[in-house]
Design a protein around this ligand. Structure first.
Ligand SMILES: Nc1ncnc2c1ncn2[C@@H]1O[C@H](COP(=O)(O)OP(=O)(O)OP(=O)(O)O)[C@@H](O)[C@H]1O
Ligand SMILES: O=C(O)C1=C[C@@H](O)[C@@H](O)[C@H](O)C1
Ligand SMILES: [Mg+2]
Length: 166
């Protein structure tokens, strides 16, 4: 079976759902943001501030590729779909589940967040980023799970149902 990749906008719950799902199905969960931070020995905010987003995207591509043939659940970063190279790997090597969230729910969840560099921008820029990402997630998604107003156990059940029928 291909590895599972959870994709979706910042705050959609990829890390949270990925960890709980992995426990339920007894597979390791790999969080790409965490893997990058561990390797670089510094937080993503520092990587963006010092080397910039392009450098971060290269690191992200490297770790995505590394887990493309492992039996794992991968929680991707929200911007993984920005690069065509990543989209190709996702489509070809992973079973992808898009955690689809509304902008309003993201805004509630990430109020006061300081750890996501692209969330530290004016409201209209964040909305434009959200809008521009939708078609990119869609272009990689094998299935969509709506996350608004759903508890974690409900979401886990939905994702699990999908991956066990594959
Ligand atoms: N179903 C849910 N209901 C309520 N809160 C949730 C739910 N899922 C996640 N959260 C909360 O939303 C916040 C963001 O979740 P998480 O870090 O898992 O998102 P993410 O998709 O991994 O974001 P990123 O793309 O930035 O890595 C966390 O505070 C988490 O506890
Ligand atoms: O949406 C994005 O571009 C990002 C989301 C986070 O998961 C991190 O990967 C980083 O903050 C960039
Ligand atoms: Mg995450």
């Amino acid at each position: 079976m291909k590895p599972i990749a959870l994709i979706g906008f910042m705050g959609s719950g990829k890390t949270t759902v990925g960890q709980m799902l992995a426990q339920e199905v007894s597979k390791p969960c790999v969080d790409l943001d965490e893997a990058i931070e561990t390797r670089e020995g510094r937080p993503i905010t520092d990587i963006f501030a010092t080397e910039g987003e392009d450098y971060f995207r290269q690191l992200e591509y490297n770790v995505l590729q590394e887990f493309a043939r492992e039996d794992v659940i991968v929680a991707t970063g929200g911007g993984i779909v920005k690069e065509e190279a990543n989209r190709k790997v996702l489509r070809h090597d992973f079973l992808t589940v898009w955690l689809h969230i509304s902008y309003e729910t993201v805004a509630k969840r990430l109020e006061g967040d300081t750890t996501r560099p692209l969330w530290q921008q004016p409201e209209h820029v964040k909305r434009a980023l959200y809008d521009s990402r939708l078609s990119l997630y869609e272009s990689c998604a094998e299935t969509i799970v709506e996350v608004d107003h759903k508890s974690l156990p409900t979401l886990i059940k939905e994702v699990k149902r999908y991956i066990t029928v594959i």
